[in-house]
Design a protein around this ligand. Structure first.
Ligand SMILES: [Zn+2]
Length: 514
């Protein structure tokens, strides 16, 4: 999301920084640093155990193993799409996308993307037409529905398909498109991050970060988080470049035409968690203690911070000890030219700089695979569901890895809280033009910490895990998570939650007795 390092005050750190802020806010306040650069310099690598060190040491560049593709089970992707309450212009609740099959060809010499998309979807209601989001930089050729040509119209970023649909019927929409993708304006007033989506570097390489929306800058999509779908993505890139996306790598071939990679995501994901990166990549891998391979796609020749990136496997071990088993069946990390980091599902997208490649930020993105990706918000009003628990876990990670004491993180966040509420609004009722302010991170992080202190670690993590298990793969609302915690603790917590999430004033410490 963010493409440049912020030199703004900690209180104003935005969306793409979803990762950074806790660290930053804390460090800036603490150390009196005035820039991220300085703040980032404060971070140190956590002390590695002997096992971790041994695992990290064995990571030569290696050919990536291929996985046999499987037939996708579209029923896994059935969703209940909603119209977003914060960004209603994006997405169409008449469409429940089940599977996106994308075949993409990237030509950096004239910055042209050619795409063929086959989208399986379920209609959620009877309607005379429906629409997908697709960036205006892309010209659409033929559109067909179940093999029959259909009339369509372009209205801004909307692709309106003028064909009747019937509730609960499944359809297959096919189309081809071509053009130079144009990044989408981001819903923020910050000066250091203004667009999302498909981004082209000076060298013609490509990366994407697309929260809260922006997937539509490179493929036709129902670009709202309640509609999770499965993906098969094939990328044709000029040799020796490689196209990277989510899930398992099922094909890698190189010929005089270039490199072709195919990726298969067999667990449904929201569109903001899809990634595409095209560039000159080297592959390496390590494994978690549980034996899962972790793939690293790093710019060829990258040496700085490579050991930190490859420390991701050990961070997964740490997170599993708190939140339970890693929720998906593959994991990779890709380093791009972005200045930010994004928790893209099963393939974390990292910018290439000291801050983003620090252990705390990498751990933050990995925690999101549980809180954010396994269980996702169905509406952007609840983005705090992702960032609050992740922020608390990052603070605890920093504490347990001797990067920063938890007390310091908590005290700094509490000191900043009222100012954040005043500036951005409460985390559950923020200014739509200020997506991703620090309020959605540290405020709910503080709230979860109050419950952790009150209940004790064992009970807190038991409930935090059961939430994930009971809502595996789902998109959820705040009401659901409030109910879950009330049910599991047997306490009346509505006043506590409301004060933290929608209150205008920082609540007093502690959890009120019912
Ligand atoms: Zn985050």
């Amino acid at each position: 999301m963010t493409r440049r390092r912020s030199s703004a005050p900690a209180a104003a750190v935005p969306a793409g920084l979803r990762t950074r802020l806790g660290v930053l806010a804390a460090l800036v306040l603490l150390a009196g640093c005035s820039s991220e650069q300085e703040a980032a310099g404060e971070l140190e690598r956590p002390a590695a155990t002997a096992t971790e060190a041994a695992r990290d040491a064995v990571a030569p560049t290696s050919p990536p193993p291929l996985t046999e593709p499987v037939e996708q089970d579209l029923d896994l992707a059935l969703s209940t799409p909603v119209e977003d309450s914060v960004y209603p212009d994006v997405g169409d609740p008449r469409v429940d996308a089940l599977h996106y099959d994308l075949d993409l060809t990237w030509d950096p010499s004239d910055e042209e993307l050619r795409g063929e998309a086959v989208i399986d979807f379920r209609a959620t209601r009877r309607a005379p037409r429906f629409q997908l989001d697709l960036g205006r930089g892309l010209t659409v050729g033929e559109v067909s529905l179940d093999g029959e040509p259909v009339v369509f119209a372009r209205r801004g970023k909307d692709l309106v398909v003028k064909a009747p649909i019937v509730a609960d019927q499944r359809y297959q929409l096919s189309l081809d498109y071509v053009g130079t993708p144009v990044p989408a304006p981001a819903p923020t007033t910050r000066g250091d991050f203004s667009t999302t989506g498909f981004t082209i570097t000076d060298a013609g390489e490509v990366w994407t970060m697309q929260e809260p929306y922006g997937a539509y800058t490179w493929y036709p999509v129902n670009d709202q988080p309640s509609d999770k779908a499965l993906y098969d993505v094939t990328v044709h890139a000029p040799a020796p470049w490689t196209g990277i996306s989510n899930g398992h790598l099922t094909e890698l071939t190189t010929d005089e035409e270039g490199t072709t990679t195919s990726w298969q995501l067999t667990e449904p994901a929201s569109s903001y968690l899809i990634t595409l990166a095209i560039g000159d990549y080297a592959h390496s891998s390590t494994a978690t203690a549980a034996g899962m391979r972790v793939d690293y796609w790093t710019p060829r020749g990258m040496a700085q911070h490579l050991d930190q990136v490859q420390g991701a496997a050990a961070s997964v071990d740490w997170i599993e000890s708190k939140l339970g088993p890693y929720p998906f069946d593959s994991l990779g990390l890709v380093v791009t030219d972005s200045m930010s980091a994004m928790e893209t599902q099963t393939m974390v997208t990292l910018g290439n700089n000291d801050y983003v490649l620090s252990p705390a930020v990498i751990a933050h993105e990995l925690v999101h695979q549980w809180y954010g990706d396994q269980v996702s918000p169905s509406d952007w009003r609840d983005v705090w569901l992702n960032e609050g628990m992740t922020m608390l876990m990052q603070w605890i990670y920093q504490d347990e890895h001797e990067l920063q004491p938890l007390r310091v993180s908590i005290d700094s966040a509490r000191a900043a809280d009222q100012g954040l509420r005043d500036q951005y609004g409460p985390p559950g009722d923020y200014d739509p033009r200020q997506f991703g302010g620090s309020n959605i991170y540290t405020t709910p992080g503080l709230m979860w910490n109050e419950l952790r202190v009150e209940l004790g670690d064992d009970e807190f993590y038991r409930i935090a895990r059961s939430w994930l298990v009971e809502n595996d793969g789902a998109s959820v609302t705040r009401e659901q998570i409030f109910d879950h915690w009330e049910k599991e603790t047997g306490r009346e917590l509505s006043g506590f939650f409301d004060a933290w999430i929608t209150g205008r004033a920082t609540p007093k410490p502690g959890v009120p007795k019912a």
